[in-house]
Design a protein around this ligand. Structure first.
Ligand code: GLC
Ligand code: GLC
Length: 824
């Protein structure tokens, strides 16, 4: 079996099944856990390629269903495990490989699909395939296990399911043992294991774990130590080893759920067993049955459980889930000469964008689910990647975000998804934050044309009575920057700008002190060229929006402000061959040839050009050449060079990382698409596409042993050239990288770009591409697009009618429009 083959000659661990839209992993020992997500709305889980992971309802910290220990050894242990036991011999194993890796499988395959995962394997002629998914509009997940007997004689088997319950608040669960070892409670009725810790007091919710095999149910377990046996782990539970459940009811300690199901299979026979793990709530005044007792009232949940234990319903639920993704992904599909581009755009990059919509930065193998809330700037940028799939939900998201803005235009850096309130612990003062709201709203308007949105009334800091129009929120965002200009007329940086780790007013010398929240020195000097570039971009967008609202006066004011800032950048932010990064607390330049380290940074080269700075006078082209010379590597473009070799108190967290990691010269993938877009703006399709491919995870599949994270999603960071592990990715899934790469490839390289007045088709392609075709839903109509010729698009044929330029006017909803874009 693959697991015993030598590592050296294996560079990949699976392959894409483009037809099924699955990534197929063919050996379990991937370099890192390669995960997927279950759930689409309120109930979510992560699932690894070996069945690891956990589930939660809405909030990964406060409503955690199952327990998980990060940073474990091995890294990924604990999850949705099923054990198979051959009752004739006593042999047992887990078909997902973990947690019994010593028991070799004869074959193994994990298929990560869109919101589902299928793990199949066999051992000794017994084959097991488990499908995990969370059906739409339910608060539960289904495990459909199919066991087959490929032997020539009968097989007498036992199946043992297992989950370890979390006592709801994952943070408290992991720390407060003096209390938590006493509170655990369960009920077992009709083969359903109910986890009801704290239900007796203030919780109105409980979890349940059920099986379809009630006729063959031999027993159950609910206490971890009884199931595993003293001093034993999940690799050899005593109950599985002896083949007999203990039927014990947990009191305190660590409640788990396990069913013991007997399965007798004739040769060639397959048996399906369904397990359902779910979350339920009862009304406060109807929690108990009979009233006054301590027994869960199950009248509401019972029909749900019954429904999902029915195999036909499970199949329907799975088909519905597939249809849901067909619909979402059908909004944009492309057929280009490059397979890696096609599969990322059509499937995986869009899928990752939806993961960032659902989970922000909360839950992955790098985000524990108990840490960060929703980032103000992160959420606005994530929107760029999913607004075309779910405009209505993007609209709601924007209103939530805007409602946390402060009266002075400033923004809480994060807000909590459950309360939707700004997070006081982290506070504000990240001076780029408010500007991203303008870009988020602009993206929504371009996608939908729904300008009444700007008249929605939105409060400040969620304070009733403080409502003003959304448009005014955007105005305050610009004002926030203009109220905070430094000595050179550039925006003051505050705690940090996009680069959370460039902390120019922080001066931290206390170990462990968080750089982002510690008391800042009041300087009023440190300035950011990045915010200046972002301001130009945002002010131009708001100018167009103002014009469309008929506010010509305001339009002119914003254009003038953009012009002025652009001039300031050219005067004080240009270093001769690239844009400078910032001025520090003392007014010293950062990101300049004058510096010994940190001479050139990627962010201002990207964002200034995106704002149009340097496009008319050749500075943009020069800056991008400098990026190519000094920052580009085969694994992507590093954040800055030379990396800081020592801690510099006046720069903050950026210099806390060893050279080549994270913001200190790592390939921070979020920023690379800015350069790709900038390259298209100067007309350089070859370079834009080359950069795109360097970090495209699918294009890096063949170096999976170097890259190490999942080849189907972007990671936040790839180690830079100063790092000993150059090329190694970390922090996959929940990153702004997803949205920005999606924007770079679809809107700028392929050039299918929503604009206020319609859909623009203006690709800037690599020279050797003959063109491509695409289908794009836009404002209710469908556009069948073909791009042909070479060079830039000069005119369009829209249903055969010639239109000069690149803008397709919006067609009525329901229309199917044929667009040929002619390059000459
Ligand atoms: C992380 C943060 C993001 C920040 C970036 C650079 O990705 O979530 O807000 O812009 O790091 O520091
Ligand atoms: C750390 C990370 C940075 C991230 C920030 C979030 O500083 O290095 O990437 O943006 O935490 O708070």
């Amino acid at each position: 079996m693959a697991t015993t083959a030598t590592r050296e000659d294996l560079l990949r661990y699976g392959q894409f099944d483009d037809e099924q839209r699955e990534y197929v992993i063919d050996r379990p020992d991937t370099p890192l856990p390669w995960i997927n997500y279950l759930g689409t709305d309120a109930y979510f889980g992560i699932v690894s390629n070996t069945g690891g992971g956990y589930s939660f309802y809405r909030d990964a910290r406060l409503r955690r269903l199952t327990r998980y220990r990060y940073n474990n050894a091995p890294l990924d242990l604990g999850g949705r495990y099923v054990y198979v036991r051959d009752d004739a011999t006593g042999d047992y194993w887990s078909p997902s490989w973990q947690p019994t890796p010593e028991r070799e499988l004869d074959d193994y395959e994990c298929r990560h699909g869109l919101s589902y995962t299928k793990i199949a394997s066999s051992r000794g002629g017994i084959r097991a395939e488990t499908l995990y998914f969370a059906p739409l509009n339910e608060t539960l997940e289904v495990w459909r296990v199919r066991v087959s007997n490929d032997r020539t004689e009968n097989a007498e088997l036992s199946l043992f399911s297992s989950v370890e319950f979390c006592l709801w608040d994952a943070q408290d669960d992991a720390t407060n043992y003096q209390r938590n070892f006493n509170t655990g409670q369960v009920e077992v009725v009709d083969g359903v294991i109910y986890h009801k810790t704290e239900y007796r007091e203030r919780r109105d919710h409980f979890a349940y774990f059920a099986t379809s095999a009630t006729d063959d149910l031999k027993g159950f377990d609910t206490q971890r130590e009884t199931f595993l046996g003293p001093y034993r782990g999940w690799d050899r539970p005593i109950v599985v080893e002896t083949g007999a459940a203990r039927d014990e009811i947990a009191h305190g300690w660590q409640p788990i759920g396990s069913h013991h199901v007997k399965v007798s299979l004739a040769p060639g026979e397959t048996r399906e067993v369904i397990f359902v793990l779910g979350y339920a709530e009862n009304p406060k005044d109807d929690k108990f049955d009979p009233p006054g007792s301590q027994t869960i009232n199950k009248t509401r949940v019972r029909p749900v459980i019954e429904k999902w234990l029915d195999p036909a319903q499970v199949q329907r639920g799975f088909d519905d889930l597939r249809a849901y993704w067909d619909q979402l992904l059908g909004n944009l599909t492309v057929r280009t000469p490059d397979g890696d581009t096609n599969r990322m755009v059509n499937v995986w990059n869009a899928y990752q964008c939806m993961a960032t919509f659902n989970l922000s930065r909360s839950t992955s193998f790098y985000e524990s689910g108990i840490g960060r809330g929703m980032g103000f700037r992160d959420s606005n940028q994530d929107l760029l990647g999913f607004v075309h799939m779910i405009p209505q939900r993007a609209r709601e998201r924007i209103l939530d975000i805007a409602a946390t803005q402060k009266e002075d235009g400033g923004a809480y850096h994060q807000y909590q998804p459950l309360t939707k309130r700004g997070n006081n612990d982290i506070g504000d003062g990240f001076n780029d934050d408010p500007l991203w709201l303008i870009l988020g709203v602009a993206a929504y308007l371009k996608e939908t044309g729904d300008h009444t949105f700007l008249d929605e009334r939105v409060p400040f800091d969620n304070r009733p009575g403080s409502e003003v129009t959304l448009y005014e929120h955007l105005q305050r965002s610009l004002k926030y920057t203009l109220d905070r200009l430094g000595p050179h007329g550039l925006p003051m940086i505050g705690r940090a700008d996009w680069n959370d780790c460039l902390n120019l007013n922080c001066f931290s010398d206390t170990p462990g002190e968080p750089f982002q929240t510690t008391e800042n020195a009041s300087g009023g000097v440190a300035e950011s060229v990045f915010i200046a570039g972002l301001f130009v971009l945002a002010a131009k967008e708001l100018a167009v929006i103002a014009g469309l609202r008929g506010n010509e006066g305001e339009e002119a004011v914003y254009r003038a402000a953009a012009e002025k800032m652009s001039g300031t950048i050219t005067e004080h932010g240009w270093d001769g061959a690239w844009f400078r990064r910032a001025y520090d607390f003392y007014g010293n330049v950062i990101g300049s040839g004058e510096n010994d380290e940190g001479q050139i940074f990627i962010e201002p080269q990207g964002i200034c050009v995106l704002g149009g700075v340097g496009l008319d006078d050749g500075l943009a082209g020069k800056a991008l050449d400098s990026v190519a010379e000094r920052l580009a590597t085969p694994h992507g473009i590093v954040l800055q060079q030379p990396a800081y070799s020592s801690y510099r108190i006046e720069l903050g967290e950026i210099s806390s990382y060893p050279p080549g990691y994270k913001e200190n010269g790592g390939i921070f993938c979020h920023t690379n698409p800015w350069i790709m877009i900038a390259e298209t703006m100067v007309g350089n399709g070859d370079r834009a596409y080359d950069y795109y491919r360097r970090i495209n995870p699918s294009a890096r599949e063949e170096i999976s042993d170097v890259h190490r994270t999942e080849p189907y999603v972007y990671a936040q960071m790839i180690a830079g050239k100063d790092a000993p592990t150059h090329g190694e990715a970390k922090n996959s899934w929940l990153t702004g990288t997803a949205a920005w790469n999606f924007v770079a490839i679809t809107q700028w390289i392929l050039g299918i770009r929503p604009d206020f007045a319609g859909l623009r088709i203006d690709p800037v392609l690599p020279g050797d591409w003959p063109g491509f075709a695409a289908t794009r839903a836009f404002r209710g109509a469908t556009y069948e697009i073909t791009v042909r010729g070479t060079g830039r698009v000069t005119h369009l044929l829209v249903d055969g009618e010639r239109i000069d330029g690149t803008l397709v006017p919006p067609a009525p909803p329901g229309a199917v429009v044929r667009v040929e874009a002619i390059r000459e």
